[in-house]
Design a protein around this ligand. Structure first.
Ligand code: GUN
Ligand code: ZN
Length: 463
């Protein structure tokens, strides 16, 4: 840490309970995995965490002119990390409908067409980024629409706020309305390469090559996605995998020579570190093994899987210590019904319970922070309060609502408190969100930009 004699930097110090993970609770004991400092001090300088530990030990080294922000009786955790979400579906969240393929046709594709309009894209991107911050999500892997301007709109907003987002234009060249299809894989390559040139590495932006899913991509488009990813080191890759039984059937029909859905992606060069596969609900043992062996990541999206009736993720299989695949949490809005990763964690618990694998609060918060970051191969940067990491963190308020206060005042251990926050928490529980060591959302400040209401176009109500 900087001493009083060091040159002045951009220093922030916050005091409260500190929680983060130094190890994987799916592989080791909770005691080994969890770091909990009851009365802690977190010190950030120039956007990075430089110290985290007991207040009494660290406060001595703070320069006299640094004011400590007090969050006594609150919990300070790493910013939450969502490894799968669609910003272009923000305004179609919770649309009544049937299962995946029908819901895409009736609700999602019509909404995504609207992102050919740059003004609309800007308005929704601003709302989406503010909503992430209100919910304590500081890093996310985001699907845009087919239109490059939908990517421009998102990165302009996230860079302006200092967020670390990974995002990319969706690639699709069949089985969707023509207005949403790429003209050709070659044009899709060129447009994506231009976007990478324009945004990858700008602020904290990361480009994510985004073939929508095997149903909407020809073999040539999948190969093009692989080439794009491999031609641009440091970019990530995201797609959907085995979410719904009818989707899986269709993929078998479209790729009859492939062993299974994972094999479709593997044969087209899409597996490997830095690839994140959303849903991964209907997979065989062989498929999980290939995901594990190739170091690919998966995004568990429980609110979406329940909402669309897709199925129950097999967390026990995914995190089997002998074949531990990388798993994070994704809200998958608009299939998901909440941008809150606390609510997502709550549903992950219930899905696990139905599968005979009820996760405790340590595992749930691990998934929502370090786990998601690791699935995206960003755990050296975000998802932890360990010094050296980027200073994105949140402050959770155990007294956010009367019922939560009544319940949390009846907890005796940090395990019980974490579990209760995961079960009952939502945006009200997030008292503050910090990006790069700076306050980016304050729940109690009515003038904060992240409190503004939607002011974009209103739809004509017909009913
Ligand atoms: N599979 C292909 N596209 C989508 C999408 O937009 N949402 C979900 N949940 N699954 C998909
Ligand atoms: Zn999705």
């Amino acid at each position: 840490m900087r001493t009083s004699a060091s040159p002045p930097g951009d220093l922030t110090a916050v005091r409260g309970g500190l929680v983060w993970f130094r190890d994987d609770p799916f592989l080791t004991s909770d005691e080994e995995a969890l770091v909990h400092v009851k009365d802690g001090l977190l010190v950030c300088e120039n956007g990075k965490i430089v110290a985290a530990g007991p207040y009494g030990d660290l406060v001595r080294d703070l320069p006299d002119d640094v004011k400590v922000v007090q969050y006594r009786d609150k919990l300070i955790l790493p910013g939450l990390v969502s490894c799968h979400v669609h910003y272009v579906q923000t305004r179609i969240i919770a649309a009544y409908g049937k299962q995946l393929l029908d819901w895409l046709d009736h609700h999602i594709y019509p909404e995504e067409k609207r992102f050919s309009d740059a003004d609309y894209a800007r308005a929704v991107a601003a709302l989406f980024c503010d909503e992430l911050l209100r919910n304590g999500t500081t890093t996310a892997m985001v699907n845009c629409a087919t239109y490059p301007r939908s990517v421009d709109a998102l990165f302009a907003e996230s860079v302006g706020r200092g967020m670390r987002l990974a995002a990319g234009k969706v690639l699709m060249d069949r089985e969707a309305p023509s207005a949403l299809l790429d003209a050709s894989p070659q044009v899709a390559y060129e447009q994506s390469a231009e976007l990478i040139e324009r945004w990858h590495g700008v602020g904290r932006s990361i480009y994510a090559v985004t073939p929508r899913f095997a149903v909407a991509c020809t073999p040539e488009m999948l190969r093009t996605a692989s080439k794009l990813w491999r031609d641009h080191p440091g970019t990530l890759l995201q797609t959907h995998l085995a979410e719904n039984r009818n989707e899986v059937k269709k993929v078998h029909q479209l790729f009859p020579k492939c062993k299974d859905y994972v094999d479709v992606y593997e044969r087209h060069g899409l597996l490997g570190p830095g690839a994140v596969f959303a849903h991964a609900v209907h997979l065989s043992k062989r498929e999980w093994k290939r995901l594990y062996r190739t170091g690919s990541g998966t995004a568990h999206c429980p609110t979406s899987n329940l909402f669309l009736g897709s199925g129950l993720f097999r967390m026990k299989r995914a995190t089997n210590p002998r074949r531990r695949a990388l798993v994070g949490l994704g809200s998958d809005v608009g299939g998901g019904t909440s941008l809150s990763l606390l609510q997502t964690a709550s549903e992950a618990y219930k899905v696990g319970a139905l599968r005979g694998f009820p996760m405790n609060g340590v595992k749930l918060f691990y998934l929502a922070t370090t786990g998601s970051a690791a699935a995206m191969r960003l755990d050296h940067l975000v998802g932890s309060l360990e010094p050296g990491h980027e200073a994105d963190f949140i402050v959770l308020d155990p007294t956010a609502t009367p019922l939560l206060a009544a319940r949390t005042s009846n907890t005796k251990t940090i395990h019980d408190l974490l579990f209760t926050l995961a079960m009952m928490g939502d945006d009200r529980t997030v008292l503050a969100t910090y990006l790069n060591g700076r306050l980016a959302h304050d729940r109690d400040d009515p003038s904060a930009p992240s409190r503004t209401c939607w002011s974009g176009p209103a739809e004509v109500r017909t009913g």
